[in-house]
Design a protein around this ligand. Sequence first.
Ligand code: AKB
Length: 316
Amino acid sequence: MKNVLIIGSTGQIGSELTMKLRDIYNGNIVAGYIPGAEPKGVLKESGPSAIVDITNAQQIAETVSEYNIDTIYNLAALLSAVAEAKPQLAWKIGMGGLFNVLEVAREKKCAVFTPSSIGAFGDKTPKDKTPQDTIRDPKTMYGVTKVSGELLSDYYNIRFGVDTRSVRFPGLISYVTPPGGGTTDYAVDIYYSAVKGEKFECPIAANTYMDMMYMPDALRAAIEIMEANPDKLVHRNSFNIASMSFDPEIICSSIKKYIPMFQMEYKVDPLRQAIAESWPNSLDDTCAREEWGWKPEFDLDSMTKDMIVKLRERFN
Ligand code: AKB
C-alpha cells in the first residue's frame, strides 16, 4: 500500500506517471494540479485529485496529511526554453517549490522524487558519455535550478534523513501529452508532423546530438529508483540515465523507414540551439545500472515504430 502525491500531475510526465502509479499501487494516488490545468477524462475519474500549487507550502502539507501521503513526485517545473524567458518564475517554481516540498517531506516523513535533467550539465562538462560525477556548470536558469535542486535534495537526505531520489532525464518522447517549452521538444513535434503528412521545420541544427528517451522507459525509471534498495544507493540526486542519442538527421532517417515521403527542413531557433550545444551528446548511465538495475527497453527504431502506430490511431 502506497499513498502518493504527484505535483504537476497534468504535465508531460505527470499525466502518464499518475495513471501508471494507479495501475501499480493500491493506495491514494493523488493528482495534484493548479487551477487552469485540471485533470480531465480518465486521469480525473480514476482517482483523487487536489489543488496543490507547489509555491504554496500549506496546500502541500494539507494534502499530504489528508491522504496520508508517504511519497511525493515533484514534477512542477518550467522547461529550458521557457525558463530562459521567465527566469524569476523558473526559480520560484524550481527552487522555492522544491524547498516547500522538502520541508513538508521532512516534517511528515515522505520520500521525494524530483527529476533533474541533462540540462544540469554545461560547456565544461565532458560531452560524450558524460560521467555520473563530473562538472555541472549550466548557463541556463533551467540548469541552475536543476543543479541547485540536486544539491538541496542531497542536503535534505544527509542532514535530515529525507529519502530524496532523482534521475537526470534526457529529452522525453511521448504520444500522450506534448511537452511545452523544452529544447528537446523537436523530437516529439517531428513525429506529429510526419504522421499528419506535413513537412517538419527543425529548430535544432544537424549534427547536434542529445540524449532522448521514450516515455515508457522514463516512467519505469521514476518508479524503479523510488523502489530501489536504499542500502545499494551510493548516489541519490541525481542518476544519469540513458537509452538513445541522436541528431535531427538520424531521427529523420528513422521516421523515413516507416514514412518514406516524410520531409524535413531546418529553421534553427538560436535560443534552443545555444542550449542544445551546451548540453552533453550522450550520458554514461553505468551507476544507475549498477546501483538499482536501470535498463532501457526502447531504442530509436522501436520507439519510432510505436510512436507512429499510436499517433496514427489518434489522427487517422
Ligand atoms: C528540455 O528540453 O528542457 C527538457 C529537458 C531535457 O530537461 N526536455
